[in-house]
Every structure is written in structure tokens, then in C-alpha cells.
Design a protein around this ligand. Sequence first.
Ligand SMILES: [Zn+2]
Length: 221
Amino acid sequence: MARTLGKLNFPVLNKVRLRNKEDYLLVTWEFLESFESASERDIASRLGITAATASQYISALVEEGLLNREGRSILFTPSGKKMTVPLVRMHRVSEVFAYRFLEVPWEDSHVSVMELEHLFYGEKGETLFKNLGRPSTCPHGNPTNPVERVPGISASLLQTGNYKVSRVVFEDRDLLKKLASVEAYPGREVILDTSDGVTLKTEIGEIKLFPAETQALILVK
Ligand SMILES: [Zn+2]
């Protein structure tokens, strides 16, 4: 008997796919972790959807008791945080998997696992974590135990000097690509030159951290 393919639930990639609850929670986490604030507009632009769609969905998550609105800010409720921590963890573990075993480029692994990570929630994810050798961070230096504090000072706050890259928060692909071009990966020695904006130098070359907001996304120690 012929079957209609239209009824099958194919995952549609990236922008076209309808964003699910996990995506909203993950992105809210990213903003709060990186900038200590999240707004509907931020979330909408990061997910590539309209502000109206984001607003509607966020209202549903508020209703569900996972998020709170405080003026323009979006915050987690305790149960929202409890649900999101394992999602962030599996996102980061999936990035390690994609980077090491699927040879996904360093700068692409954040975006490329947005589909993959859903397969690894729960027990399977912990097995993957174990078999990856219990990595303490994702390839970009962000902790697989999301509530852990990773030491690092934002590159925007520093004087000229020698530092070591600690982590790249927010994981913006353009910034990651720029960092990859000079191999400024976590753990690498870099020189920050703050004489004219912020220039990051490695043995391979140098890049200007511009726009200025990107300076805050690179944590060094
Ligand atoms: Zn990462």
C-alpha cells in the first residue's frame, strides 16, 4: 500500500526546522551565561525566527513554569534551569564527538550538533561522555558540567600581554572561524595587543577582535 511521505516527521535542518523547546532553552542559557542577560529579541535573532514567534513560544515556556519574564529580561525558573543543564551538557559532549570523530571543523561543531545532540539525552549521552574520556569542556572551552566556573577574564578588560585562551563563550561562528584562522584554540598561547583596539596574535598570524563586542566573548587566563 502506498504511504504518504507527507505524514512522516522528517527533521528539517537549521533555519527551516521548527524550533523546539530544547533550542529555546539552550539559546537562553547561552545568552545568560555569556552576557548575564537574555531578551526575546536576542533569542529570536539567534534562532533565526521572528520576534513574534519567539515571544509566543517564550510565553508558552513561562506558562509551563520553565522561564520567567522580568521586564525585558528572560530568566530561568529553578525547574527550567534543572531541565536545561543536561541539555547544555549534551550539546557540549556532542560537540566533542562531532569534532573528534566526525571531523567537523572546530568552528562548525556548535551549529552542526544542533540536530545530533537530541539523540544523546539521558543514558546514551552519559555513555558517550564516558567513552570520549570524560572531557571537561567542549572544543571551545565551555564546561561539560555547565554550572562549573571556568577561570578566565574577558579579553576586553586586559592590558597588552601574553595569555592563554581559556574559552570562547557564545560560540558565534564568524568569531570561531576567525580564531581558527590563527589557531587560537583553548589552551593556546596568544598575545593580546591593546594599543589600537584589541589584536590577538599567535605564531600563525594575527586578527583584530572587531566588532568590539567580540572581545568580551574570548576569555583568557
Ligand atoms: Zn562549544
